[in-house]
Write a protein that binds this ligand. Structure first.
Ligand code: NCD
Length: 314
């Protein structure tokens, strides 16, 4: 695999293979010495044009655990603020010796452009582009859910028949898009739930059901509920009357959480707005995988870096 740009173009076998390599990586992270020599001599550059905590730090941890040299680049404080183009920035990084460029960018399609333009030979990993895709997030979510459902017998398995609600600001969420493609490829049944104003155009063509009523959707006793952050930074208009109304209608409140079966897995990619889209009692419960998702993020990114940097067959 040369690049990892989206989950939409992964086949079921490819997706399961990445999850299985993630299992291998996760096993190494149980050892006392967590570092592997796999990418010794390779250079990974984290090129982040948007804010990030989890994704940037876990890519950095993943690259270091594989013994790569890591350079972290934040667009703020760089020559990007002097007007340097993506092409010049990427070519500069490659001239410095980058073998893999991990890119987060506010423009949908920027990583694809970098990968397909011919400007550089390095592998490109999409760490979130605009509202388009966030493939490693969906892979770490699928890994976490597969582990919760199949435990130690996860290897080789998909998520057949697993019913997942994805709730909230679907319109602005690259996490939702990458999850829709990956979860459905793995055989899960996905229902998107949110206010009509936060549902994307063209959703009829997606392999999902939709619902505008959270209580109704929760009454179906889903296997997992994935809450999304309301992405105010991407909103240039009012999509709902007030924060209070959003929270009342679309939040996973303590009461809604309390009515769920104890087996329903509660997920959130972070960063969470506690008390807004998710109550603390839900986020901090044993049903919640919030921190498992973060840990899985390191193993998932180790797998993605390994598979791309070595050009391994998928
Ligand atoms: C998400 C993102 O940046 O797309 N966060 C993440 O990577 N864990 C979701 C969000 O910002 O709400």
């Amino acid at each position: 695999m040369k690049h990892l740009l989206s989950t939409k173009d992964l086949s079921r076998d490819q997706a399961i293979h990445i999850l299985d390599v993630t299992e291998d990586m996760a096993a190494t992270q149980q050892r006392e010495v967590k570092k592997l020599p796999t990418l010794r001599g390779k250079t990974v550059v984290n090129l982040f044009f948007e804010d990030s905590t989890r994704t940037r730090i876990s890519f950095e941890a993943a690259a270091k655990r594989l013994s790569a040299d890591v350079i972290s680049f934040a667009a703020k404080g760089s020559s990007v603020s002097k007007g340097e183009s993506l092409q010049d920035t990427a070519q500069t990084l490659e001239a410095i010796g980058a073998d893999v460029i991990v890119v987060r960018h506010p423009v949908s399609g920027a990583p694809e452009l970098l990968a397909r333009s011919g400007w550089i030979d390095a592998s490109v990993l999409n760490a979130g582009d605009g509202t388009h895709e966030h493939p490693t997030q969906a892979l770490l979510d699928a890994f976490t859910l597969r582990r919760r459902i199949h435990g130690d017998a996860s290897r080789g398995k998909g998520l057949d028949g697993v019913r997942v609600l994805v709730v909230g600001d679907i319109l602005h969420s690259r996490v939702a898009r990458s999850n829709v493609w990956l979860l459905s490829t793995l055989g899960a049944e996905v229902t998107l739930v949110g206010p009509p104003t936060l549902m994307p155009f063209g959703i009829d063509a997606w392999p999902v059901d939709t619902s505008f009523d959270l209580d109704d959707a929760l009454a179906s006793k889903p296997d997992a509920v994935m809450m999304l952050r309301v992405q105010s930074e991407r909103m240039n208009a009012a999509y709902f009357p007030s924060a209070r109304e959003y929270s009342t209608l679309w939040g996973l409140s303590a009461a809604r959480f309390g009515a769920l079966p104890e087996t329903t897995v509660v997920m959130h990619p972070g960063p969470m707005n506690r008390g807004f889209e998710i109550a603390s009692v839900a986020a901090d419960s044993p049903q919640s995988t919030v921190l498992e998702q973060v840990s899985a993020g390191v193993s998932t990114r180790m797998a993605a870096l390994y598979l791309t940097a070595t050009g391994a067959d998928l």
